[in-house]
Design a protein around this ligand. Sequence first.
Ligand SMILES: NC(=O)c1ccc[n+]([C@@H]2O[C@H](COP(=O)([O-])OP(=O)(O)OC[C@H]3O[C@@H](n4cnc5c(N)ncnc54)[C@H](O)[C@@H]3O)[C@@H](O)[C@H]2O)c1
Ligand SMILES: O=P(O)(O)OC[C@H](O)CO
Length: 331
Amino acid sequence: MSTVAVMGSGSWGTAMALTLSDNDHRVTIRARRAEVCDKINNDHRNPDYFTDLELPPSLRAERDPQIAMQDAEFVVLAVPSQSLRETLSQWQISDQAVIVSLAKGIELGSGLRMSQVIMEVTGAGPERIAVLTGPNLSHEIARRQPAAAVVASVREETAIAVQQLFHTATFRPYTNTDVIGCELGGATKNVIALAVGMAAGMGYGANATASLITRGLAEIIRLGEAMGADPHTFSGLAGIGDLVATCSSPLSRNRTFGEELGRGRTVAEIAGSTRQVAEGVKSCFSIKALAEKHHVEMPITYAVCAVIEGSLDPRSLVQALLARAPKPERY
Ligand SMILES: NC(=O)c1ccc[n+]([C@@H]2O[C@H](COP(=O)([O-])OP(=O)(O)OC[C@H]3O[C@@H](n4cnc5c(N)ncnc54)[C@H](O)[C@@H]3O)[C@@H](O)[C@H]2O)c1
Ligand SMILES: O=P(O)(O)OC[C@H](O)CO
């Protein structure tokens, strides 16, 4: 039994805190609002996410981040990518704790992956950091439906420790030492899911979805190789696994955001109608910047950026991608 702090009570933080509690760990979830803490502690429900779901009574909620992390052997970071730096800089994480990153994004401006942001802000070495990623839609995990995942760390022992921490009868993590590939897979698939959602919103079918997933994977692998990832990672759970889950499921916020764009709503309208994060809406720009820096062609990502910034409409996105110069199929 380990002591774990889950820092963030959104949909993924809640689902992962529930999974860890199912594994009999001592889990504290950190929520920013007192009323959320009270509801979790007294009624065993999160008032904002999975409201019909009873949380394990052993799960405790705490507002004060330092109290939440007291004695924690594992600190699990469950805040969105673009808030991670600011949030982390307000916390003191013990230098004995293993830090687990759940966020799937690339920081705007710096182009850093989340494990790099964690290292910069906390001073933790890479051997103390793990990344949990893969095809994991929170609604399914919270309902204890079966899923596999990947835990990546440069230090295999760290990955194994985190694998054991999360492994339940319904949640099966594998390990990987390719942190770059696993983090890139998680961030880039959100952008492809936006494109797939747009196609679906315009009424296009399975052929368009499969074509975008396949060519999306090609551009993800190109970027990954240029950045030092192992290309094999992208045929695993952090790559094709997460890409398929996110692009195919109506539960994906990124795909749903894209679908709304395809139906003609604007970015501002869609963003204003949800409190939940669709990471690809911001990370598309940092991923485009990485592609430019590494001289990698990423046409789908570029087209998604153009739609998000308002210089291209979704229908023209499809036309523009189809009208590109013919070429052999290769990565
Ligand atoms: N939901 C999923 O299915 C899922 C699965 C795997 C990974 N992820 C990743 O997990 C990360 C978190 O996503 P989520 O689904 O929990 O998002 P969410 O929108 O459901 O919740 C985000 C949480 O972060 C908090 N938050 C937002 N801004 C903050 C700030 N500035 N400071 C502190 N806290 C802040 C919110 O209050 C909320 O508790 C994302 O990177 C996402 O890609 C999500
Ligand atoms: O809801 P999304 O689009 O953020 O996707 C959630 C998970 O990342 C799927 O693995």
